[in-house]
Design a protein around this ligand. Structure first.
Ligand SMILES: [Zn+2]
Length: 391
């Protein structure tokens, strides 16, 4: 089965060999041998492929290339196909062999270099890929592709400064605005400053991120976190509350953090107002549960139970029901408790492996918020899931 997907690729090669035979037909005497050679190597290659001997097939096709540089495109495609199938070593051999051809046109050479860079990237040989791609990124037809792949490498290496520099070059080369992504690189740098307790540098970098992309939710949340670290709770609350204007879908991320700050400031009434406002505007579960906590603090367990029951009459939510059962269990006697406990196990199980976020681009589900989707590598595409089991 493995060989058949290669065969369509070889059609142009077959055509080229036929064409070569035709062309050389006019000068049959001097060139018939070369054409025969080409055909024989070509058919040998196909035979090897059919017999699942890809290395011998590659040898045969490389010989075809030596006779005829018209087949460069086919070799590029063959190399790419090997790479896509995960046979990176073979892809590297084909592309290296192409680059070694002295009669290769400069554009073909650049294309082969770019593909080889891609092979190295797939094989995890980031240094080698980086060297090749930097050469291509300096100029020429493949500059844009090379910059894109370089950015991929810098992301994998977490070399955020270089990622920022290359993204700026790519913006210039394509005219496309990359602010939302560059702001994430700046947030990554800010997080490093935060980890090493360089608060001022962290806040400066966060400001840069917001200047790059004023709707960068991550920068606002990070600013709130840094300010919370240094007990600047009022400023932290303002940073967190900015998220609602930037992208309201992420507000649930900030609720627990804001709740922490209001507690530290001992301002339960303001927290209450804020949560009520969110519930009115969005009807979400997270602010409802936070409000239930406040009721619990102020009016005891029965107050919290009544509040949640009332809310659940208006909309169904597994998370709401789970909390309600938890509270019921706390105040049940042994006999009733056994029944509630069965239900509580059920809601607990429903929630336990449930993803909380989903990538809008590829559908990847996750329990943690990733700013870059682990699957498709897009930035800003993970969002909290809405619905009965979610927010
Ligand atoms: Zn994705």
């Amino acid at each position: 089965m493995a060989s058949f997907d290669f065969l369509w690729l070889l059609l142009p090669l077959a055509a080229a060999s036929g064409w070569l035979v035709g062309r050389y037909g006019k000068r049959r005497r001097q060139s018939a041998a070369a054409a025969d050679d080409l055909r024989s190597n070509y058919f040998k290659g196909i035979n090897y492929l059919l017999n699942e001997q890809p290395d011998k097939a590659i040898e045969a096709f490389i010989k075809v290339l030596e006779v005829d540089s018209e087949t460069v495109e086919t070799h590029l495609a063959l190399g790419n196909l090997y790479r896509r199938r995960g046979e990176v070593d073979r892809a590297i051999r084909i592309h290296q062999n192409l680059i070694a051809r002295p009669n290769l046109e400069s554009e073909q050479r650049s294309e082969a270099l770019l593909e080889l860079g891609h092979d190295y990237l797939s094989a995890g040989l980031l240094d080698r890929a980086e060297n090749l791609l930097q050469e291509l990124a300096d100029g020429g037809d493949y500059r844009v592709q090379a910059l894109r792949q370089l950015i991929d490498i810098y992301e994998q290496e977490k070399d955020w400064n270089r990622a920022i520099a290359s993204a700026h070059l790519l913006e210039k080369a394509t005219g496309n605005h990359l602010g939302p992504v560059i702001a994430h690189y700046q947030c990554e740098l800010a997080e490093r400053f935060r980890e090493s307790n360089e608060v001022e540098s962290a806040l400066e970098m966060i400001n840069e991120a917001l200047a790059t992309h004023d709707r960068c939710v991550r920068a606002s949340i990070l600013e709130g976190d840094v300010l919370t670290d240094i007990n600047e709770y009022e400023r932290a609350i303002r940073a967190y509350q900015r998220v609602e204007e930037q992208d309201a879908d992420y507000v649930p991320e900030t609720i627990e953090r804001i709740q922490y700050c209001f507690r530290a400031l001992d301002r339960p009434r303001e927290m209450d107002e804020y949560l009520n406002g969110l519930m009115e505007r969005y009807g979400w579960i997270t602010p409802m549960l936070a409000l239930a906590d406040l009721k619990h603090d102020r009016h005891g367990i029965q107050g919290a139970i009544e509040f949640i029951s009332d809310q659940l009459r208006r909309r169904t939510s597994v998370r709401g029901l789970d909390r309600l059962l938890e509270l019921e269990l706390e105040q049940s006697d042994a006999e009733n408790g056994a029944h509630v406990s069965i239900l509580k196990d059920l809601t607990g199980e429903l929630l336990s492996d449930r993803p909380i976020y989903k990538c809008l681009h590829c559908g990847f589900p996750a329990r943690l918020l990733h700013w870059q989707c682990p699957s498709c590598k897009h930035w800003n595409t993970m969002k909290p899931i809405q619905g009965v089991e979610g927010e």
